[in-house]
Structures are given as C-alpha cells and as structure tokens.
Write a protein that binds this ligand. Structure first.
Ligand SMILES: O=C(O)CCC(=O)C(=O)O
Length: 339
C-alpha cells in the first residue's frame, strides 16, 4: 500500500479543492482491481504557478493512478508529486492553526489527546507565566555556562559553535546549535518536576501514560546561538532504524498511525516543504509545542543577537532509550591522548 500525491494544473477557479476530491472519489474507486482511497487535497506552487494536489492510498502503480486521473479531469497537466509507504501530509485548506491551537470547544485534555492522534502535534499557550520563564531561563543559562566552562577547561582544542561535538552531556546539532542534557538532580530538573509536570500530568496520561509508571522523562535544553541556521528536516528517535514501536496500529500504519511511544514537548520533511505542507512553529516563551517524537521537524535559524534556549522534555515509554542524540565520552574528563 502506498500514498500517491498528484499535482493537477492549471487550478480551475470554479473547482474547489473539495470538489476535485469528491469527483475523483466518485469516478475512480478501483484501478486494475486495486482499491483507491482518496484522502485529501490542497494547493501548492510549481515554478510560481498554483497546482492542485490530491492524495490517495492504493496498491496500484503510480503510473496507473496518474493515467486514471488524467483520463477523467479536464486539465492540461496531471503529474506525480510524490509517493511513500506512509501518508504524505497535505496542508488543510484552512491551514494548521485552527487544528493545533486550542479553541475551548471541549476540555483541554480531551482536545489535546484527539489532536495529537490526528495531527501529531499541538500548541499549548501560556504553560508558564512570565516570571516562571525568567526563573527557568536563568537556571538553564547557568547549566549552559557550566557545560561550556567544562568544555573550555578539558577540551580547549574545541572551537565551540564551529566544531562538531558529541559528548555524553552535550552534542552539537549543526553550527551554533547544541543539545545539552539536564541532570535529573539539578535546579532546572526540579523546576520541571515541581512546576511543569503537575500542569501537564493529565494531558500526558491521556496521550501516552502516567509519569513514573509507564513513562519517564529526559530533560534537555536545545540552544541556538546567534548565527545558527535553519536545520535540515529530521526525526530524532531511533525508530527510523527499525526500533520497536508502541505497537503497530491494526493495519500496520497504512492508514492509522500507532500510538506514540515518545512525545517531545517543545514540523515535517522535504516533501512537505515542496507541497507547502510545513508549519513554522513560532510561539511565545512560556508556551509549549508538543509533538510526537516521530514527527519530522527542524530548528529555525537564530537571527537575533541573543542565545535562544528551548527546554525539551522527552516523555517516553520506559523501555525507550535515546541513544542517538549524544555521545559516550564525558566533558568532565580531559581528552584521552593515545600512548
Ligand atoms: O533548534 C531547535 O529548536 C530544534 C532542534 C532539533 O530539532 C534537534 O536538535 O533535534
């Protein structure tokens, strides 16, 4: 089973996105014995010109799907934009904001659970007050200063920001961007246990589990120094290398994503960028972006003149161990020289 995305040009003004999808759903339900399920539609630009995008799930070949669609639409051009063994996201016509920002329609916990299932992410505004942000910011900056002073003391050969580093406590994520693990016994971690966790406990319970029972939490700070550039699209976890998951959904991810095994409180990929399906998640300090750990994401550049810290809380099933993001050598020890 694969997801196929086709672009149709030109976009006819009288044909809304929904109409094309409806028409195809009526006219093409099967190709050479393979069922076609039409999923969604959107628009994106191809060399400056708008193109209507439509996606479907099928066992049929991409050529057969393209030919079938070309045969039923009055359009100059129908071409393949992408295909994948997982659903390729298309931007909803109203954009993402109405879906991923809470609108008070139901309880926050219920909405958060449903939104995570459907969109893989959501925004929680004003999780922390202004004063709490200042307090947290200071403790996190102290951790960064401490880590950098250890690095300077023990590894003076390293040019912080320019050289690639991968230590047990801190790793670079491209020029001028770092991920620093916060020790479980530290002022910053205590802030998470005392202030943040009680506020999000119910949401976590609905989405992934109870802290201390099914899940635990890795705390880190991703900080981007002035001059950090846009990151490449990526997903952090080891799931890409075939690590076991929380349990595949009944149809093995074909149409339904299984429950997450890890959540990150703090995106999409190359195809999503071409299809204009990405979301640039900017939110106020003190607000949180929650996302399923499998979601493709990237850090945006820091054009300001100050360091930008982002507290990252990775809530994960206890069996999941994050091994990919850091190294094994400690910054607290001098470089071992070969004898
Ligand atoms: O810079 C950020 O905010 C995100 C960083 C990130 O995604 C990563 O380092 O894995």
């Amino acid at each position: 089973m694969q997801c196929v995305v086709l672009g149709v040009k030109p976009v006819e003004s009288e044909r809304s996105e929904g109409e094309l999808l409806e028409k195809l759903s009526m006219l093409i339900q099967e190709i050479n014995g393979s069922t076609i399920t039409w999923i969604s539609s959107s628009t994106a630009h191809d060399e400056g010109k708008p193109s209507q995008l439509i996606s479907c799930l099928t066992e049929a070949s991409v050529d057969d799907v393209t030919a079938a669609v070309s045969g039923v639409i009055s359009s100059d051009c129908c071409e393949l934009w992408g295909s994948a063994p997982a659903i390729l996201p298309l931007r909803p016509s109203c954009g993402y904001d109405p879906h991923i920002f809470y609108d008070n329609a139901t309880t926050f916990e219920e909405w958060a659970g449903d939104t995570m299932k459907q969109w893989g992410m959501f925004v929680q505004n004003d999780l922390l007050s202004g004063n709490e942000v200042l307090q947290l910011r200071q403790t996190v900056l102290d951790e960064i200063t401490h880590a950098e002073s250890l690095l300077k003391m023990h590894r003076p050969d390293i040019s912080i920001g320019k050289d690639f580093i991968s230590f047990r406590e801190i790793a670079s994520r491209g020029n001028y961007r770092f991920d620093l693990l916060i020790a479980p016994i530290s002022t910053a971690s205590q802030f998470v246990y005392d202030v943040i966790n009680p506020r999000i406990h119910q949401v976590l319970k609905r989405i992934i589990g109870v802290i201390g029972v099914e899940i635990d939490c890795d705390i880190s700070v991703v900080f981007s120094k002035p001059g950090a550039q846009n990151q490449g699209w990526h997903a952090d976890g080891d799931h890409q290398k075939g690590a076991c998951d929380a349990g595949l959904a009944v149809d093995g991810w074909k149409t339904v994503l299984s429950d997450p095994y890890a959540l990150c409180l703090a995106g999409f990929g190359a195809f999503a960028e071409i299809a204009e399906a990405t979301w640039d998640g900017k939110c106020k300090a003190g607000s949180a972006i929650w996302y399923d750990y499998r979601l493709m994401h990237r850090g945006l550049r820091n054009q300001s003149s100050i360091l930008r810290p982002v507290l990252q809380l990775l809530f994960k099933r206890k069996w999941y161990e994050e091994k990919r993001n850091y190294g094994t050598e400690s910054i607290a020890h001098p470089k071992q020289t070969e004898t």
